[in-house]
Design a protein around this ligand. Structure first.
Ligand SMILES: C[S@@+](CC[C@H](N)C(=O)[O-])C[C@H]1O[C@@H](n2cnc3c(N)ncnc32)[C@H](O)[C@@H]1O
Length: 171
């Protein structure tokens, strides 16, 4: 994948932000000081974090230049950095690591999840939501159409880049 397209992503932002809100509703922390939005996209999920925890230091990180530019435009007072979740190391231990619809793009969950947990401050929280939609009819049809036309070589097998999600019990 060359890059994400923030404008296209934002076309369905309301729908995309609902699971982000639901994930945040499950976070039981009262007063986290340092929060990191892993795979912050265009800042839609970061904005929810800022609204709920206005006193916290919120950092958004992403690998996509276009997503980061859009996030900075939305939240000019927030910090955003370009970094890969798989390798990123925090400067200070975060109280909340929040990842909505991002970790399905990061490989090797067996190593990733313990690593993320090890980065947390004592009493911290790792909040993760990953969509489980690959076998939905919409996604099967998208793959079929993507593989069929003259665009097939441009699109490639984008779905194969998604990390293999393990059964819930494994997490
Ligand atoms: C589906 S969007 C989620 C955006 C936002 N968190 C939300 O709730 O709508 C996934 C984001 O994860 C980012 N991403 C994918 N792999 C990443 C990685 N290894 N490190 C950092 N960001 C990554 C993508 O660039 C994209 O912006």
């Amino acid at each position: 994948m060359a890059d994400w397209n923030a404008a296209l992503y934002r076309q369905f932002e309301d729908e995309r932000t609902r699971p982000a809100q639901e994930l945040l509703n499950r976070v039981g922390l009262d007063d986290p000081r340092a929060i990191v939005d892993l795979g912050c996209g265009p800042g839609n999920s970061t904005e929810l974090l800022v609204q709920r925890f206005p006193k916290a230091d919120v950092l958004g990180l992403d690998t996509s230049d276009d997503m980061l530019a859009s996030a900075k435009e939305r939240l000019p007072d927030c910090r955003f950095i370009k970094a890969d979740i798989a390798a990123w190391q925090p400067e200070q231990a975060p109280d909340l690591l929040y990842a909505n619809a991002a970790l399905q793009w990061v490989p090797d969950h067996t190593a990733l999840f313990p690593r993320l947990l090890s980065l947390l401050a004592p009493g911290g929280c790792l909040a993760v939501q990953m969509p489980d939609t690959l076998d939905e009819l919409s996604h099967r049809l998208m793959r079929e159409v993507a593989a069929r036309g003259p665009w097939a070589s441009l699109i490639g097998d984008a779905g194969a880049k998604r990390a293999k999600r393990q059964p819930a019990a494994a997490y």
